[in-house]
Design a protein around this ligand. Structure first.
Ligand code: CUA
Length: 316
């Protein structure tokens, strides 16, 4: 799985069928716009050079003002309507076939991701990361918990607004394995800019293994440091907002931490996950993401902070 460098977030590097079409729109409209610009500049140059000669204004207006725009714009409209019809029909849950149902809830300023597999009864809750099997069309049910957000993973699909009290949907398909960065595309408050997510497309067998691991409750640590960290978790009252399946159930004010150590990033695309960044985040989340609803750890000493970070990193 390529995690070494920050993945591209670009319409111009499509990796799925819909994104391919949207990428073509970008190029064709840019190309047509460029041609029009060059033609206008050429005519401007011509008119400045030949100001003495009669210009036959009637012909110029009919040709340049009516015929050319009508032909060009009708051509572009026809082409884009034809191409749009080839986009995957959105909001059709049945396209997902037997893939697990995935629902994404946008919150200020992170993403809760739930997998429900009716066959096995597995229910998985994770955050800021959507793992999908490569080459399969996956349907995401979208909702928002507080204000309007918008899900956009430019390399895979178009945007879809996420509206409190209403379920919308988006189909995703990645044609090659990889990590695709996405971003909230609707201004939703001070940390809108730090509301990113990653779509990780895995080979089907790898995806199934990941699902199975995520469905397990949290592993009990064996080493002394993370074991101590689990006690610190309760001393700091982290359980008031965070669930760790098999350890403590809570509301979903904060992300489910059952397998937090296995996620690429923390803070919704803010920092790569490891014990160092976890410790920094716990010690002072306001310094890293001002306005975030997570309070800083209170009166925690260095040893306890290290232990708590080691425990969370151990939750793979
Ligand atoms: Cu959520 Cu912008």
């Amino acid at each position: 799985m390529p995690t070494s460098s920050e993945p591209l977030q670009s319409v111009l590097h499509p990796a799925g069928a819909d994104a391919e079409i949207i990428g073509q729109f970008a190029w064709v409209l840019f190309g047509a716009g460029l041609l029009i610009f060059l033609a206008v500049m050429a005519l401007l140059g011509l008119s400045l050079r030949r100001h003495a000669a009669p210009l036959r204004p009637g012909l110029w207006i009919a040709g340049g003002g009516i015929a050319l725009p009508v032909l060009l714009l009708t051509g572009l409209l026809g082409w884009s309507t034809w191409r749009s019809a080839q986009l995957v029909p959105q909001g059709s849950a049945q396209l997902a076939g037997n893939a697990p149902a995935i629902s994404v809830t946008a919150r200020m300023w992170w993403w809760e991701v739930r997998y429900h597999d009716p066959a096995s009864g597995r229910e998985i809750v994770t955050a800021n990361e959507i793992r999908i099997p490569v080459g399969r069309t996956v349907y995401l049910g979208l909702n928002a918990a507080d204000v309007i957000h918008s899900l956009w993973v430019p390399a895979l699909a178009g945007k879809r607004d996420m509206i409190p009290g209403r379920v919308t949907g988006l189909t995703l398909r990645a044609d090659k394995p990889g990590v695709y960065r996405g971003q909230c595309a609707e201004y939703c408050g001070t940390q809108h800019a730090h509301m990113a997510l990653h779509v990780v497309a895995l080979a089907p067998a790898e995806f199934e293994a990941w699902l199975q691991n995520q469905a397990q409750p949290a592993r009990t640590p064996e080493a002394a440091l993370p074991l101590r960290g689990r006690d610190v978790f309760f001393e700091q009252r982290c359980q008031n907002c965070h669930t760790i399946r098999g350890v403590v159930a809570s509301n979903s004010l904060g992300p489910d931490l059952t397998h937090v150590g296995s996620r690429l990033q923390i803070g919704a695309g803010l920092l790569r996950t490891h014990s160092g960044t976890l410790a920094g985040w716990i010690a002072d989340p306001q310094a890293l993401k001002p306005g975030v609803f997570m309070p800083a750890a209170s009166g925690i000493d260095g040893e306890s902070l290290r232990a708590l970070a080691a425990y969370l990193e151990h939750l793979q």
